[in-house]
Design a binder for this molecule. Structure first.
Ligand SMILES: CC(C)(COP(=O)(O)OP(=O)(O)OC[C@H]1O[C@@H](n2cnc3c(N)ncnc32)[C@H](O)[C@@H]1OP(=O)(O)O)[C@@H](O)C(=O)NCCC(=O)NCCS
Length: 166
């Protein structure tokens, strides 16, 4: 499988929503919410698309981050990869693209929330240097699952190159 990353555009909405509903069966965002994300001047969304010969590119993952102008804090909005293509580095590449954007924006801290029952995503965030700093009880409804709030202080370029993902 050959895939690549590109910046998302509003025309990607339907493809993203298909993945969104499949990836978050009980708490998917609405199409209107996602459209607002894709149009927001404060957001940055990236797409992974499969590009095999003789086929139209297929969206197989997406991720987004947002920060207000001149703010030193950014929030990871979402990330998902098509279930059939997980475990092959696509999520890592998408997430790295978000952190690269945070660096371009001179963000010093990146925050995210992750379900307490999602060890795969938690593991990925820890691998990128995020640390759990708080719990929001029953944050995810209707499931009543806690959110773990995670934070990463943006390392310098030197720190990042000398310490694996970081
Ligand atoms: C989380 C998600 C985006 C990861 O995407 P992916 O393409 O499978 O991830 P990758 O193959 O790039 O792996 C990235 C990291 O995820 C973690 N990971 C992936 N599969 C894992 C598994 N089966 N068990 C534990 N950790 C796993 C690892 O830390 C891995 O990095 P490493 O191999 O360097 O340690 C994907 O599982 C997904 O879409 N899940 C459903 C949606 C979701 O939960 N989104 C997060 C919301 S907070």
């Amino acid at each position: 499988m050959t895939w690549r990353l590109r910046n998302a555009v509003p025309a990607d909405l339907d493809d993203i929503m298909w993945l969104e509903r499949a990836s978050f069966p009980t708490d998917a965002w609405s199409s209107a919410q996602m459209a607002a994300e894709l149009h927001s001047p404060y957001g940055f969304y990236v797409i992974a698309e499969q590009v095999d010969d003789e086929t139209v590119p297929t969206v197989i993952g997406y991720a987004g981050i947002a920060s207000l102008p001149a703010d030193t804090v950014a929030d990871v909005q979402t990330i998902a990869v098509d279930a059939a293509r997980r475990g092959s580095g696509i999520g890592r590449a998408l997430f790295q693209a978000l952190l690269d954007e945070a660096r371009r924006r001179a963000v010093r801290e990146v925050f995210l929330e992750v379900r307490a029952d999602n060890p795969v995503a938690q593991h990925m965030y820890e691998r990128f240097g995020f640390e759990a700093i708080a719990t929001r009880p029953r944050y995810y409804q209707p499931d009543g699952v806690d959110a773990i709030v995670m934070r990463r202080t943006t390392p310098t370029a030197e720190e990042e190159s000398s310490d694996g993902h970081r």
